[in-house]
Every structure is written in structure tokens, then in C-alpha cells.
Design a protein around this ligand. Structure first.
Ligand code: URA
Length: 213
């Protein structure tokens, strides 16, 4: 039997979405039903930051707190991210922060909503939003936080462990850098946290230095 063509967010966008404003993208994304996650997420959590940002950070998907607040990286991982940014000398207010997938995917576990990794179909359905954000902002550097973001942008063969902390060339921006996801530090063994945090800051300092040039 023939497979139904993949539905994606492209149906909400013109051929050249780079001509739209971030406000228009955000408004259109609020009604996105390109994958089933709109049913379980409270709202679309679109990217946040100025259109003039020179640096765009891409995470995986909003978490529980982000889903309720409607803003990316405001929960525990976001607070760790903010500390790492401050240590690296990057002002969050001047950066644009977004996710590869813009709805929270979760399963109930008692009273909690347990994070679930988005699948390839959900990532592909959401991808036009990320491409549109990058087309509007045209940043100097895109930073992927973790494997989902890195592989969404660079392909499934990309390995953060191998490539992290280096300025790489990419088709969607003049430069790209991958680092770990702040949640990986929170989920990892407490004894490893200081070292993992320092390594995240070191990667972000490479990004800061690139921006300064
Ligand atoms: N993790 C992400 O990848 N993105 C968020 O916005 C929050 C947590």
C-alpha cells in the first residue's frame, strides 16, 4: 500500500519564509497541526529572542515547564543553560533560543509528565519552522544543544561526542557548533556535574570567541 505523503509545517509557509517576520512565524506556528504532538502539548513553544541575534541556540523540544510557560529553556535545564551562558560571556537577551521540535512530547507517570524523545517523523514535520527561523534571522553561528538538534541540522551520522566544541561549516548558516544538552548534565551522575558543566562552558566560549571576530 502506498504511504501517505509526510505532512510537515511547510504547509503553513510560503516558498520563501525568510521574508516573513518572526512575529508572523510565531503566529502561524501557534496553530500548527503538522504532527500529532499538538494534541498533547499545551501550546506551541516557538523560539525566543531578537531577529538581530548573531547566535541561534537549538535544543530538542520544550520540557514540562516550557510547555506551560510557552517559552523555551525556562525550566531546570534552562537555568543551567543561563548559568553556562553567563560564564561564557554570552548575553541570553541578545541570542535567539529555539528547539528542533516545538511541542512537548510526554507520557504520564503518576502525576508527572515524563519527557519522551521526539521521533524522526515529528522532527521532520517541525523542521520547516526551524529552517524558517534561520532564514529570517540569518545568524552568524548556530549552536546545537545535544544530539537531537545536531542531527536535525547536520544529519543522522553527526556525533556530538566527536565534533563538540569546534566551529564547523554548514549549509544553513555561515558557522555551526555542537555541544551537549544541559539536561544531560542534570541527568548524569552528580559526581560528574562540575566537569560536564565546565566542558559546556568551554564549548560556549568557543562560540563567544567566534562571535567576537
Ligand atoms: N530542553 C530543550 O531541549 N528545550 C527546552 O526548551 C527545554 C528543555
Amino acid at each position: 500500500m502506498a504511504r501517505a505523503p509526510l505532512d510537515t509545517a511547510a504547509r503553513y509557509l510560503p516558498p520563501d519564509p525568510g521574508k516573513l517576520s518572526l512575529a508572523t512565524l510565531r503566529r502561524r506556528a501557534a496553530g500548527c497541526e503538522a504532527c500529532p504532538l499538538f494534541r498533547t502539548g499545551t501550546q506551541t513553544v516557538f523560539g525566543d529572542g531578537p531577529p538581530t541575534a548573531q547566535i541561534v541556540f537549538v535544543g530538542e523540544q520544550p520540557g514540562d515547564r516550557e510547555d506551560r510557560a510557552g517559552q523555551p529553556f525556562v525550566g531546570p535545564a534552562g537555568q543551567l543553560f543561563d548559568r553556562a551562558l553567563a560564564e561564557a560571556g554570552i548575553e541570553r537577551d541578545r541570542a535567539y533560543v529555539t528547539n528542533a521540535v516545538k511541542h512537548f512530547k510526554w507520557v504520564p507517570q503518576g502525576k508527572r509528565r515524563l519527557h519522551q524523545k521526539p521521533n524522526a517523523r515529528e522532527i521532520a514535520a517541525c523542521r520547516p519552522w526551524l529552517e524558517a527561523e534561520l532564514a529570517v534571522i540569518r545568524p552568524k553561528l548556530v549552536v546545537a544543544l545535544g544530539a537531537t538538534a545536531a542531527q536535525t541540522l547536520m544529519g543522522s551520522a553527526f556525533r556530538v561526542t566527536r565534533e563538540r566544541g569546534r566551529i564547523l561549516s554548514a549549509p544553513f548558516a555561515p558557522a555551526f557548533l555542537a555541544t551537549i544538552h544541559p539536561s544531560a548534565i542534570l541527568r548524569g551522575p552528580p559526581a560528574d556535574r562540575d566537569e560536564a558543566f565546565a566542558a559546556l562552558v568551554a564549548d560556549l566560549k568557543v562560540a563567544a570567541k567566534h562571535l567576537a571576530h
